[in-house]
Design a protein around this ligand. Structure first.
Ligand SMILES: *[C@@H]1O[C@H](CO)[C@@H](O)[C@H](O)[C@H]1NC(C)=O
Ligand SMILES: *[C@@H]1O[C@H](CO)[C@@H](O)[C@H](O)[C@H]1NC(C)=O
Ligand SMILES: *[C@@H]1O[C@H](CO)[C@@H](O)[C@H](O)[C@H]1NC(C)=O
Ligand SMILES: *[C@@H]1O[C@H](CO)[C@@H](O)[C@H](O)[C@H]1NC(C)=O
Ligand SMILES: *[C@@H]1O[C@H](CO)[C@@H](O)[C@H](O)[C@H]1NC(C)=O
Ligand SMILES: *[C@@H]1O[C@H](CO)[C@@H](O)[C@H](O)[C@H]1NC(C)=O
Length: 410
């Protein structure tokens, strides 16, 4: 989920003293509608024609997650170092955390206790868990009972945890976890916590004490057993948004700077075997086509659908950022032009939901239960949007895996 060339974009925008105006190549930039970009039969995707604007007046909202006990959406505004809560029933937004020293980014609701939320503190350089009732004080600061979950790997400090996804092994046909593992937290560790409105993207490499930007899995075990942190790959340049398939058999990771100094977004897919082993390339030289849902070239193509890149080279600053995988297998991600609908099996962006006149979407959250079930929440600069998915998107596809499919995954 997340990051950003925000600092850079804001700086450029203010220097140019002109508002960023995307070129829509004949498309109406102000509409909030869905464009199917392919003729492939992908079934119905959305249950609504247009996305609904639900929150305005924000900075650069990120990390949206549905919280069923309070029937609200939790999200962050990294520029303000805040965590906010939007309640649809009253259409109001309040701050739970504000001006916090440790700056949050991606979040994930605990699969076993929905009042616990795992938070990537990108400026605090750690992954923590907070109890919503007790871990935020009356003056909107983090309380004493935050539990540190990951702060270093192999004795060296993490860079700045950015986005997290959880998997608990529940659901029919899902990968089973080891008996001592309660659930897994996958997270990315790029250097974006150092952006701080001052650093520019290409200078960020110098900060890492580890010397790489990893993708990790934390296996959370029963009380009394030690949690286990595992580096899945150190190969990606800017591991950013992360999602896990509903069956727990594929991990998806965005690299928002795959090549050179500018963004060259890639979407990776890493198969996870029944015994839990994640097959991820350990160096960029080992990357094969099979690892990529979206390659650098695909990304350039999708950007070109949305913008005139010759007139607006700056649009490459809008990477594919945060994402979720729906039970059907379809991926929803924030990217240049709006909300991307990605079919990982076909390895293509099948459609794009325009979100008003937004130049790009940043991050996406999906409600899985109760009143939030089937709602996608997408963030764009300043705004949050809500769109109801078609029921088919919330239905796990296929059921049992055939032997042939299982082999193809190896
Ligand atoms: C879809 O099919 C129509 C008619 O055959 C064709 O004109 C169009 O280019 C196709 N679009 C895509 C994205 O393949
Ligand atoms: C909720 O508030 C937003 C502004 O924050 C407004 O744009 C929207 O129309 C409101 N929705 C409803 C249903 O009142
Ligand atoms: C947390 O607060 C909610 C209401 O805000 C309450 O229903 C729930 O019982 C509380 N849980 C704990 C563990 O205190
Ligand atoms: C772990 O740390 C040791 C000693 O500091 C180092 O030699 C080794 O390469 C490190 N391993 C990884 C995977 O970072
Ligand atoms: C886990 O499964 C994979 C694929 O079946 C296999 O290659 C690997 O050796 C297994 N690892 C362990 C530790 O059993
Ligand atoms: C599961 O247990 C096996 C055997 O003890 C071990 O090799 C493997 O690393 C464990 N996997 C996870 C994800 O903990």
């Amino acid at each position: 989920m997340t990051f950003r060339l925000v600092a850079l974009a804001v700086l450029c925008a203010s220097l140019a003293a002109a508002q960023f105006e995307p070129n829509w190549k004949g498309l109406d930039a102000s509409r909030s509608g869905f464009e199917l970009l392919t003729n492939a039969s992908v079934g119905k995707i959305f249950a609504q024609e247009e996305a609904e604007l639900v929150v305005s007046g924000l900075g650069y909202p990120e990390g949206p997650v549905w919280h069923e006990p309070s029937k609200s959406l939790l999200f962050v505004d990294p520029g303000l170092n805040s965590i906010l809560q939007y309640t649809p029933s009253t259409n109001t937004t309040v701050a739970l955390i504000s001006n916090a020293a440790e700056g949050a980014n991606g979040m994930a609701v605990d699969p076993l206790d929905p009042n616990i939320v795992h938070i990537c503190l990108q400026k605090g350089r750690r992954l923590v868990k907070a109890h919503l009732n007790t871990s935020f004080t009356a003056d909107n600061k983090y309380g004493d009972d935050l539990v540190e979950e990951a702060t270093e790997y192999n004795g060296t400090r993490l860079n700045s945890p950015n986005d997290a996804a959880v998997f608990s092994g529940q659901g029919e046909g899902a990968r089973k976890l080891n008996s001592t593992v309660l659930y897994e937290i996958f997270f990315t560790d790029p250097p974006y916590g150092w952006l701080n409105g001052l650093e520019s993207e290409p200078t960020l490499d110098k900060f890492s004490e580890l010397g790489y930007h990893g993708v990790y899995r934390l296996c959370v075990t029963e009380e009394g057993e030690e949690n286990h942190l595992e580096l899945l790959t150190p190969a990606l340049k800017r591991p950013n948004g992360i999602a896990i398939s509903h069956d727990g058999r594929t991990l998806y990771v965005i690299d928002s700077r795959a090549e050179g100094d500018g963004p060259g977004t890639r979407l990776y897919q890493f198969p996870i075997a029944d015994n839990g082993t994640v097959s991820a390339p350990q160096s960029l030289d080992d990357v094969t086509d099979a690892d990529l849902v979206i390659s650098d070239a695909d990304y350039a193509k999708y950007v070109a659908v949305n913008y005139d890149t010759e007139k607006d080279p700056g649009v490459f600053g809008h990477v594919i950022d945060g994402m979720v995988a729906a039970p059907s297998g379809m991926i929803f991600a924030g990217g240049p032009g709006g909300l991307y609908v990605i079919d990982p099996a076909a390895r293509e962006v099948v459609g794009l939901m325009r979100l008003g006149g937004s130049s790009h979407a940043v991050n996406v959250g999906l409600g899985m239960e109760g009143e939030g079930r089937g709602y996608l929440f997408a963030t764009t600069p300043n705004h949050i949007w809500r769109i109801k998915l078609d029921d088919g998107m919330m239905t796990p596809k296929g059921g049992d895996t055939t032997e042939e499919e299982a082999m193809l995954r190896q």
